[in-house]
Design a binder for this molecule. Structure first.
Ligand code: HEM
Ligand SMILES: *[C@@H]1O[C@H](CO)[C@@H](O)[C@H](O)[C@H]1NC(C)=O
Ligand SMILES: *[C@@H]1O[C@H](CO)[C@@H](O)[C@H](O)[C@H]1NC(C)=O
Ligand SMILES: *[C@@H]1O[C@H](CO)[C@@H](O)[C@H](O)[C@H]1NC(C)=O
Length: 513
């Protein structure tokens, strides 16, 4: 029962509460004004009310652009319309800053790394990725990075024998009479086969099984992994509306993936317990025990099985579509310019028909330019974002010309478009939308080129990816004298977390004599 005497107290409390809120608001406002003045920040004058960037789209716009394959290009055009490479936007109540300025990206990823986290996006990916490296922030991320990093040392990454074995299986599916086929499909199979072997010492062998029935567990896993990946992307696109999404296909696929990987984790942890026992009882380890296996290295460092599984699934996600997309985008461009294939053949001729060693591979300059140029025009991770966890500042984007510093209030999502940055005419010249490997002859590396990210979270698999893509390209060059495009149209984007060619890479290859 309400006591009439308590009313004044309620009013006093409410009054105190309101004053407190006002007080904190005003102090916050004042301290922000001081911060803004101290950093010379000017407001960002370019704004766009619908959301422009991958994964953050207003549902409907996203669906339309996605179908047309024009998300990246539409975003790039916005920078031109604003005549500024930084603009702001808002989705419902979430403030966004979108940028394609090298200096801003360097600030987010490196100089002020500690001012940002991944933010909300972690929630959508958690059902598949758990707290693995790709989905963790702060201490947890640092710990994962520390755990995984040694596994990407050169010796492990340079297992060219494994690439050769899987390449030979791929070769079996390539018609040698010049008839049309889709290289992209084969590249996607090749990379899941090599990545699973690298991680689990057990390949999905999807190239070997291609013409067989698909009821074996490796094939079921490979398919489930694709479905699971699509499902978590949908979760991030739907955001809070995800709970209204119907169907259990995604959830089932995630379960299948976890169970499949759990088996290899169990084996690895068992192996480690056996090895420990052998050492304890003074028995010698066998040769096989000494061999390097990624999953076993993790089992040596932790016996937390879920942890090992999470990390492996994260690396598989990070490493599978990316390398395949680099290859298929690059071949799509090369097929359009026969002179490039001829130059590659000239360069590879110095190997005298032998398969390359790791050192030889690294010394093929034109091949490297071709890969750099593909990752420039078609960065396979074309857009990315971070979430400001405290008030901070970007060096560019403020004022009418976007050349003053810009205040970033805590809680802002800062998105960056590597795709748009890589095609800036002021950075790459008037021919910035042309595939031209020769431009790399005179370029120096800097923040305007960022296919693998930069700063503390730079891609761990860069060497692995470039070695695999380079090796496969050299071997195709050695096997085939001619390469012809069988797709008259332009390259069309197919965008998920990564971007590949919507129409595949349709080619005809003519065998070398
Ligand atoms: C052409 C191929 C590849 C490209 C363009 C690429 C690009 C990237 C990018 C842009 C990131 C940063 C993501 C972010 O912080 O938001 C990243 C992170 C990562 N990549 Fe790659 N990647 C490629 C291949 C690979 C491969 C083959 C592997 C492993 C075998 C791999 C493992 C990783 C890992 C573990 C991270 C997380 C690093 C961290 O957060 O500390 N990547 N990659
Ligand atoms: C890896 O797999 C191969 C083929 O299945 C097997 O012969 C080998 O013993 C395995 N090696 C290790 C270290 O697990
Ligand atoms: C070409 O790409 C490689 C790998 O991403 C990079 O290390 C190198 O710096 C690039 N070249 C230039 C000139 O940026
Ligand atoms: C390429 O893809 C686009 C969109 O998916 C489609 O409209 C077009 O017909 C395709 N072109 C070819 C040559 O298949």
């Amino acid at each position: 029962m309400a006591d009439t005497k308590s009313h004044p107290l309620v009013f006093i409390l409410a009054g105190a509460f309101v004053s407190y809120i006002l007080y904190t608001r005003i102090t916050l406002y004042r301290s922000r004004q001081r911060f803004i003045a101290a950093h010379n920040c000017k407001p960002c004058e370019h704004t766009f009310n619908k959301d422009p960037i991958l994964g953050l789209d207003v549902l409907r716009a996203s669906t339309i652009n996605h179908k047309k394959g024009t998300i990246l290009e539409a975003n790039r055009q916005r920078f031109f319309r604003f005549k500024s490479y930084t603009f702001r936007s808002r989705v419902i109540t979430q403030p966004l800053i979108i940028t394609a300025e090298p200096e801003n990206i360097k600030t987010i990823l490196s100089l002020k790394f500690k001012d940002y986290s991944f933010g909300q996006r972690k929630v959508s990916f958690k059902p598949l990725l758990g707290d693995g490296i790709f989905n963790a922030d702060g201490e947890r991320w640092a710990n994962s990075r520390h755990l995984l990093r040694p596994n990407f040392a050169r010796e492990q990454v340079a297992d060219l024998d494994a690439f050769e074995r899987h390449f030979k299986l791929m070769l079996k599916h390539i018609p040698r009479d010049g008839s049309t086929f889709d290289l992209q499909e084969l590249f996607f199979r090749l990379t899941i086969d090599t990545a699973t072997e690298f991680l689990f010492n057990h390949s999905t062998n999807s190239l070997r099984m291609m013409d067989q029935d698909d009821s074996n567990e490796d094939t079921i896993f490979a398919k489930a992994f694709t479905v699971a990946q699509a499902d978590v992307i949908k979760r991030s696109r739907y955001g809070v509306f995800n709970m209204f999404r119907k169907g259990s296909e995604g959830r089932d696929a995630i379960r299948i993936c976890h169970e499949y990987v759990d088996k290899w984790v169990d084996d690895a942890v068992q192996w480690r317990e056996d090895a420990d026992a052998k050492i304890k009882s003074g028995k010698a380890l066998e040769k096989d025990d000494e061999r390097y296996v990624f999953i076993r290295e993790l089992a040596k460092q932790t016996n937390d099985k879920q942890r090992i599984r999470d990390e492996l699934i994260n690396i598989l996600l990070a490493g599978r579509d990316t390398t395949a997309s680099l290859l298929s985008n690059m071949f799509f461009e090369i097929t359009k310019q026969p002179a490039i294939w001829a130059k590659l053949r000239d360069e590879v001729a110095q190997l005298g028909g032998r398969t390359p060693t790791y050192e030889e591979l690294r010394n093929l300059k034109y091949l490297k330019w071709c890969m750099n140029e593909s990752l420039r025009m078609h960065p396979v991770v074309p857009a990315n974002s971070r979430f400001a966890i405290r008030d901070t500042v970007l060096p560019l984007g403020g004022g009418p010309s976007g050349t003053s510093p810009l205040f970033v209030p805590r809680g802002t999502i800062v998105g960056y478009s590597t795709y748009s940055m890589h095609r800036r005419p002021d950075l790459y010249g008037a021919d910035s939308t042309t595939y031209k490997p020769e431009r790399w002859e005179s370029r120096r590396p800097g923040w305007e080129y960022l296919p693998f990210n930069g700063g503390p979270r730079i891609c761990l698999g860069q060497q692995y990816a470039l070695t695999e893509a380079g090796y496969v390209t050299v071997r195709l060059v050695q096997e085939f004298a001619t390469l012809e495009s069988r797709d008259a149209g332009p390259w069309v984007e197919s965008l998920t977390l990564t971007v590949c060619s919507a129409n595949g890479t349709k080619v005809g290859l003519g065998a070398a004599s």
